[in-house]
Design a protein. Structure first.
Length: 265
């Protein structure tokens, strides 16, 4: 996870952060000036309020598609995530672009950490930041509990709940470029020892911006539904996760909320 943070830094306009600072002491004037340039370039590369960068998971159809089109047409830069077929995602992207917006597509399974990391790195490479994360991807495998296979339970939990956890965590790393354990690590690598303070400097700039995380839950997570024990548990988990993360991120200028839709035709 920490490696993603430093890879993200390397995408700024000032060039490769890792290459620029390789083998140089933190107190070297060149390092400090490079860090200052990095902060300056990041501020310049930051998306203005009229064009926030939005990542929407499961955005090729349904609720995700509707949200992607609405935000894209409103002027946002939208990454349209899809799980398998790119055909529907490309249609969403082209519709956004036809209205003068900017969009890109990314195929990836949000229940897989490597896919989530690659997705976040892709959008940061392209647009320099992520302002809004909408965790929408989900799946149902409906059956009565007494007939439910473990694989049906696990698939729904993995995508609907673990996917939200992974996207939220990796998003935070991509935005703030730091991990808490770096501060307490007694055995620090070069990147942790020399680059970490510069990442902290950059993080101060990033924290000035207001960011949003919106998780799509469901009323089923509140009231339950026969034949959807797996889905109900996952969506209830999303609500609990949202409340906890909101408390953690409030001081970091990130609001975290959940939307619980009813039946969607």
């Amino acid at each position: 996870m920490a490696s993603l943070a430093f890879n993200s830094v390397a995408t700024t306009k000032s060039g490769s952060f890792a290459r620029a600072f390789s083998g140089i002491s933190l107190y070297n004037p060149f390092l400090l000036s490079s860090a200052a340039k990095l902060v300056e370039s990041t501020e310049q590369a930051g998306v203005d309020v009229e064009a926030p960068v939005v990542v929407i998971t499961g955005a090729s159809r349904g609720i995700g598609r509707a949200v992607a089109l609405a935000l894209g047409k409103a002027g946002c830069k939208v990454l349209v995530n899809y799980p398998r077929s790119s055909k529907e995602a490309e249609k969403v992207s082209k519709e956004i672009e036809s209205c003068g917006g900017q969009a890109m597509t990314f195929g990836g399974d949000v229940s897989k950490e490597e896919d989530v990391e690659s997705m976040m790195k892709t959008v940061v490479d392209q647009w320099g930041t992520v302002d809004i994360l909408i965790n929408n991807a989900g799946v149902t495998r409906d059956t009565l509990l007494m007939r439910m296979k473990k694989s049906q339970w696990q698939e729904v939990i993995d995508l609907n709940l673990t996917g939200v956890f992974l996207c939220t965590q990796v998003y935070t790393v991509a935005v703030f470029l730091i991990r808490p354990e770096l501060e307490s690590s007694s055995k620090k690598t070069f990147f942790q020892r020399d680059l970490f303070p510069c990442c902290r400097l950059l993080a101060k700039v990033m924290m000035k911006k207001k960011r949003r995380i919106v998780n799509i839950s469901s009323v089923v997570g509140l009231v339950g539904n026969a034949g959807q024990a797996n889905y109900s548990a996952a969506k209830a988990g999303v609500i609990g996760l949202t409340k906890s993360v909101a408390k953690e991120y409030a001081s970091r200028n990130i609001t975290v909320n959940a939307v619980a839709p009813g039946f969607i035709a």
